[in-house]
Ligand binder design. Structure first.
Ligand code: ADP
Length: 515
């Protein structure tokens, strides 16, 4: 069967071999096992259901929320000689009937539909008459409350499984599946853990770096003047910062384009094209820029602020080095980014999403404080098997020796315990640094009050972030997040575990310009 799949790959798509886990996924599907396939955008997920669709008897239904992309997919398949159709709200009643005639007379192999269509009973009754061998669920994270794009209509997908005496095989596909989303998809669609395949998140030609406390404007100007020939993107969180960075670069004589949601579409397109055609070296943009952009020679992506979660960061940073050439992804971190995101999340439309968003934000903050391999951090976040350290990210390349900071860690952890594990990072760091203000008064009697007073409260907060990224402290999410000691942290308190850190904590006198 697999040989046949390889033949189909060659005959219909002109490719010689499968990529990454495509082969295992296809084999699993052809064996009749329900499967989850997680690969980043551009990884090659479509072939994972298109090849089985060709290999199996009967029809494959592809559920996709991306109405605008359905037509492109179908056109591409047809141009490869594969009979495919789509039904969505862009079709007239008449056109839908025509498509259904194709389907009934078995003149189509793949039928793309929007999930809302499955809420229509008479459509489901029509489906019941057909021989459906495979149901492919694209953008499968939409089925999960934990996903960034939950769609209630995705929950109707399960209902159609019982339309036929034999349930068709199911393949779910997504680019964003953190452990929670993955578990949710598997639980809702009853997919076994052996049938989950994840690959492709490792981007070997990218070197990631996090810079803390840099003067961001100076850094950007210097970086671009050191790389005068290279195209790059600078992502900023707000329209206002896009405007000011853009103006700053123009003043330096750098050809810069800009892109954000507050501009007229015409101006946005004009600016985008200048960047795509290499007329502008640098694009300064909000996250509105980048979807569907195919510029392969982007050599650097700088983030002026920390994005709100790893998914966004991975997607934006991942626009560097599409051509496989070495490229850099640099995040300029300042602790105020965290406050901005917390504020925005608190204002969020849907309060049920707040804890989820806060947890994702915490994982983003951890990325900024970890001293472990950044590439591995990202790959692990997406649930792919552990990879070897990349050897070139900011942390792997950091040659400073690690210092034993166990004693300071014990001081922090014991202070957290003494405060009842019921307070946040800021207050705890003020207590440790021996600050004098109304809020810390209640803790002045503690033996841990001022126990790190040779450090600034900010440096202590930074150290706490590091301990969180090491999972020695955990964060209880909420409007006022609190910190508590993890089981590993308890081992540190008991002297059973040591803590090593590269970063030298700055003394109280050092004032950070940027924060
Ligand atoms: P995804 O759905 O994961 O975003 P696609 O399925 O659109 O990605 O695939 C991205 C590109 O990679 C497409 O142009 C596709 O034709 C190409 N591709 C997929 N699999 C292979 C392969 N085995 N060999 C060569 N090219 C492939």
């Amino acid at each position: 069967m697999l040989q046949y799949a390889e033949q189909l790959l060659k005959d219909y798509f002109g490719y010689d071999s499968f990529r990454m886990v495509q082969k295992q996924v296809i084999e699993n599907v052809l064996n009749g096992s329900d499967t989850l396939c997680v690969m980043p955008t551009g990884g090659g997920k479509s072939l994972c259901y298109q090849i089985p669709a060709l290999a199996l008897d009967g029809l494959t239904i592809v559920v996709s929320p991306l109405i605008s992309l359905m037509k492109d997919q179908v056109d591409m398949l047809r141009s490869n000689g594969i009979p495919a159709d789509f039904i969505n709200s862009s079709l007239t009643f008449q056109e839908v009937n025509e498509v259904m005639n194709h389907v009934y007379s078995q003149r189509t192999k793949l039928l793309y539909i929007a999930p809302e269509r499955l809420e229509n009973d008479s459509f489901c009754q029509d489906l019941k008459q057909l021989k459906v061998s495979l149901i492919a669920i694209d953008e499968a994270h939409c089925i999960s409350q934990w996903g960034h794009d939950f769609r209630p209509s995705y929950r109707s997908i399960q209902k159609i499984f019982s339309l036929w005496p034999h349930k068709p095989t199911v393949i779910a596909l997504t680019a964003t599946a953190t452990p929670n989303v993955r578990e949710d998809i598997c639980h809702l669609l009853q997919i076994d853990s052996e049938s989950v395949f994840i690959s492709g998140f490792n981007r070997e030609n990218l070197s990631f770096k996090v810079l803390v406390g840099e003067n961001k404007d100076q850094y950007i100007k210097k970086y671009i003047s050191n790389n005068p020939q290279e195209a790059g993107i600078i992502y900023a969180a707000t329209r206002k910062s896009v405007e000011s960075i853009h103006a700053m670069l123009l003043q330096k004589g750098i050809t810069a384009a800009k892109y954000h949601g507050g501009m007229f579409e015409e101006d946005r397109n004009y600016e985008q094209n200048r960047f795509l055609n290499d007329e502008a070296q640098v694009m300064v943009a909000t996250n509105a820029f980048g979807m569907g952009i195919n510029k392969t020679n982007v050599r650097f992506v700088l983030h002026y602020q920390m994005p709100r979660n790893i998914e966004s960061y991975y997607q934006e940073a991942g626009r560097a080095g599409r051509d496989g050439v070495e490229s850099e992804c640099i995040l300029l971190y300042s602790s105020s980014d965290e406050q901005t995101h917390r504020f925005l999340i608190d204002q969020s439309q849907d309060p049920t999403r707040i804890p989820i968003e806060l947890q994702k934000l915490q994982q983003m903050i951890d990325y900024c404080h970890t001293e472990n391999c950044l590439q591995s951090y990202m790959v692990n976040y997406f649930g792919e098997q552990e990879i070897q350290d990349c050897g070139k990210c900011g942390n792997c390349a950091d040659e400073r020796p690690k210092q034993d900071v166990t004693e300071d860690a014990q001081k922090v952890l014991s202070c957290v315990v003494r405060m009842g594990q019921n307070y946040g990072k800021t207050l705890t760091s003020q207590v440790l640094a021996g600050a004098r203000n109304k809020k810390v008064e209640a803790f002045q009697h503690l033996t841990t009050y001022g126990i790190l007073k040779h450090l600034s409260a900010k440096a202590v907060a930074n150290f706490i972030d590091f301990l969180i990224s090491e999972r020695l402290l955990l964060v209880k999410a909420g409007q006022y997040p609190t910190i508590y000691v993890s089981p590993e942290g308890k081992e540190v308190l008991l002297g059973k575990r040591r803590v090593l850190r590269r970063t030298i904590v700055e003394k109280a006198v050092v004032v950070n310009q940027n924060d």
